[in-house]
Design a protein. Sequence first.
Length: 427
Amino acid sequence: MWLRPITAVSLAIFLLLLAGFGLVNGNIVLLALPFVLYLIFSLLATPETADLQLERTLSGTRMPAHSEITVTLTITNNGGSISELLLEDTLPHGLIVIDGAPRQLLALAAGDSHSFSYTVEVPRGQYQFSQVTAVVRESFDLRRRNYIYEVPGNLFAYLVPRASNLKHVAIHPRRTRVYSGIVPARVGGEGLDFFGVRDYRQGDSQRRINWQASARHPGSLFTNEFEQERVADVGLILDARAASNIPHGNQSLLEYSIEAITLMVDALISQGNRVALLIYGGAVNYTLPGYGKLQKERILQALSGAQLQSSHVFAQLRALPTQLFPAQSQIIFVSPLLPEDVPFLRRLRAYDYEVLLVSPNPISYESRLMADTQEVTMAAKLAQLERELLHTQLLQAGIFVLDWDVARPFDDVARAHLQTTRLTRPV
C-alpha cells in the first residue's frame, strides 16, 4: 500500500499550507474541508487486503507450431468489494496476441467471479506461464496495492514436417541389442537374409539343408543360416550451434534439421529401436535412451524447445560427450557441417561407432536468400565443390553422407537414400 509519488508530494504541500493558513485565519480550514473529505473517502474506499483466487485455463497444452490457443483467466473475490481492479497476465516470450488482451480493468463485488479470454499464436517452442499481477485501486486513484499471484501453466508447440511418409531408416550398427527387430545383427540364426552355412545339427529343419553344399562333401550335411534381426541403440545428435545454422530473421537451418529428426525418430522408434537425443549448441540437452510412444513424446518435447545457441565451450564438436552413447552403436548426426567438424567425425568413426551424417545444405539455402547474380552463382559453385571435398573425406572414413537440399521435403530424399543398405556417395 502506498500513495502515488505525485499524490504524496501534493498532499504534504497541501497540509503544510493548510496548517499555515489555519494559524492566520480559521475560516481557511473550512474551505479546505472538501479536500480533506476527498482524501478520507479515498483512504476508506481501498480494502486493507485483497483476497483473490485466480485460475488460468489453456485450450491446449500440446499443439503443432503456429497454432492458436485461447487463454482464459478466472478471478474470484473472496474478500471485500473492489471498485477498480486491473489484472494483467504475464505472457511468455515468443507468444503473439492475435485477439483480445492479456489485461483487463473491472470492478468486483465481494464473492463475485469474472472471466476473460484472449487468443495467442504459438510458434515452435516450450512456454511456461507464471505470474498474474493484480492492481487494486479506489475510484479516486490516490492509493493502490499490487499483488502478484503464481498461476503456473505449461504448453509446447512442435514442428510439423512438410510430409511424413518415411517408414524405414536403414542403419548398420556394429552391435545390436538382444531383442528381436529388423536391424541386421551380423550373427547367424533366425532371419530372412542368407548369412552362411554350418554343419547339420539334429533337429534342424530339412527345408534349411543346403543340398548343393552337402553333395560336394559326401558323408556330410550342411544347414543354411540366416542373419538375425534385432533392435539397436541409436543416438541422434542435433547441431544447434548458431555458427553452423545460418540465422536469417526468424528462420534458420535448425528448423529443417528438426524436421529431419522428427521424421527419423518416428521411423526408428516404429522399428523398435532404443533412441536417444542430444541437442548440442550453447549447452548439452540430453534425452535418455528409451523405447516406444512415450520416448517419442519426450524427444518431440525436447525438439520443440531447441534454439540456436552460441558458446565458446561448445563452438566445436570436441566438447561433445560421446560417452553418452553405447559403444558400437549407431549415431546419426544432423548438421549443416562446418569444415572443422570433419576431424571429430572421423575420430568418432575410429571409436567404432557407425556414423550417418544428415546435412541440410547451407549453400543452396543461403543462395536462395541472396540476389540471383552471376557472382552469387559462381561463389555457390565454388563453395559446393569445397563441401563435396569434405563429404569425400567423410566417405573415405566410412561415414555415410546425406546431403539434403532443404527445398525438397526430407522424406522425399530419405525414402530414396536412407532405406537402402548403404550410402556410397554424397547425394
